[in-house]
Design a protein around this ligand. Structure first.
Ligand SMILES: [Zn+2]
Length: 445
């Protein structure tokens, strides 16, 4: 009986998904250069920016605003949902029963940890599923951003979950071994181990894990690849090929990246950008990605996140003992090294990262603004850059208030990006000798 209602639920979901599976693009591709943004003697960056923003139909703007603002609430719901799961596991004694089951199955501490973690991930997978289903399937379809059927989405989600379980079990058992062996300095070694793992994950993701989800093939269109490789070489990147990745099987979003080092160095463009972007837009986009690479942003980010991870372990060191003394003993938790206390660790950690959301966003957004400026200087395509900002505005609010941008934006807003591009265009024109400025302008016409 229960089996049949589950089947019915799945069928309902699949049919709903079939309705919503049509991808929608709300902005023209390629985007034209509006009159006020054309090079002229009276060029005004503000007016040019407003002219670009006016290309966005009101319905598209309303939709993008609603999608992005909904994301603010999702940060809160995710935190509360996760907190509720942790509290339930602790308050009803489920976590202790999971630990007791693990202890009955093995007498080895490391195996007991893994057995507990497997049960914990199973609970998270089931209890977190409704929110994940809404957030990354229904909501993405509602806003025309997903191209996946329910079955394909479930396939990706299952693979993602399996990877999380394997990596979580490895890191979790190492961290618990550290806590058991080093009862006074666990927080120092824990922070070092976690940071090392984050860096390792960053290195193996593009080479080993991303190919499990998407196919990457060399792009053989010299019209696209030659300008990119020329710009890459001019900026000290020795890549020989440009790769195309089939992101359109999951999403309508555009993206690209430059990753790896030495012989694994790669320039990758997703097929949405190739299909929808003008040549100037692709060049501007790649200038930004080359900027991330040349400015060593992945190392810089790893360094800043290591500091955050250290702060996180200090916060755990300060709060965990106190919380265990106050509630844990009464609940039957034995101490920090008790795996049954994991939901408490997760609860305190999620509170820490919830509060730090604006800090994390600002670390990323600052790098993005740097890459923007680098890209403008490398690609010399301010209008292509504005076109890309508009396309990305299909799911990122274009004109937020300053506080809103500080709190919630991990990239500069579309308005800020277009304004930066139009200022660049004005400055570049003004700094050129008069004669070449006129001839270059003539050639473009
Ligand atoms: Zn970027």
């Amino acid at each position: 009986m229960r089996y049949r209602s589950l089947l019915l639920l799945v069928l309902c979901l699949v049919s709903l998904a079939a309705f919503a599976a049509e991808p929608q693009s709300v902005l023209p591709s390629p985007i034209p250069i509006p009159q006020a943004a054309q090079a002229s003697a009276h060029f005004d960056p503000e007016a040019a920016t407003n002219a670009y923003l006016a290309l966005m139909p009101p319905a598209a703007k309303a939709r993008s605003d609603a999608y992005f603002e909904g994301g603010y609430w999702l940060i809160l719901w995710e935190f509360l949902w996760g907190a509720a799961i942790s509290i339930a596991l602790l308050a009803f004694g489920w976590s202790i029963r999971m630990r007791e089951r693990a202890e009955r199955m093995s007498s080895r501490p490391w195996l007991q940890t893994i057995l507990y973690l497997l049960q914990y991930f199973a609970v998270l997978g089931v209890a977190g599923f409704p929110l994940t289903l809404y957030e990354s399937f229904f909501r993405e379809h509602q806003y025309g951003l997903s191209t996946q059927t329910f079955a394909a989405w479930m396939g990706d989600l299952s693979l993602d979950f399996a990877l999380d379980v394997v990596m979580g079990a490895i890191v979790g058992s190492v961290l618990y071994a550290i806590v058991r062996k080093l009862s006074r300095t666990w927080w120092i070694w824990g922070a070092i181990t976690t940071s090392a793992f984050v860096v390792l994950l960053q290195l193996i993701w593009p080479v080993f894990l991303s190919p499990l989800f998407n196919k990457r093939v060399p792009l053989h269109d010299p019209k696209v690849t030659e300008p990119i490789l020329r710009m890459a070489r001019a900026n000290g990147i020795s890549a020989r090929d440009v790769y195309e990745i089939d992101a359109s099987k999951q999403t309508t979003r555009m993206s690209a990246n430059v990753s790896g080092f030495g012989s694994t160095m790669r320039i990758t463009i997703n097929d949405n950008l190739l299909r929808r972007g003008s040549p100037e837009e692709i060049q501007a986009f790649m200038g930004h990605e080359i900027g991330h690479y040349v400015l060593n942003h992945s190392y810089d980010r790893a360094f800043k996140f290591t500091i955050l991870i250290a702060m996180w372990f200090v916060a755990l060191r300060l709060t965990l003992g106190w919380a265990l003394a106050r509630w844990g003993t009464r609940q039957g938790l034995r101490g920090i090294s008790d795996t049954a206390a994991l939901p408490l660790v997760v609860l305190l950690s999620s509170l820490f990262f919830f509060v730090l959301t604006p800090v994390i966003n600002t670390i990323i957004r600052t790098q993005e603004a740097e890459a923007d400026m680098y890209g403008l200087n490398a690609a010399h395509e301010p209008d292509g850059f504005a076109q890309a900002a508009l396309h990305l505005g299909e799911y990122r609010k274009m004109s937020p208030g300053p506080v809103e941008e500080f709190l919630f934006f991990d990239h500069p807003s579309g308005r800020a990006r277009i304004l930066a591009a139009m200022r660049w265009k004005e400055g570049e024109r003004a700094s050129r000798p008069q004669s070449t400025a006129v001839s270059a302008g003539d050639q473009k016409k």
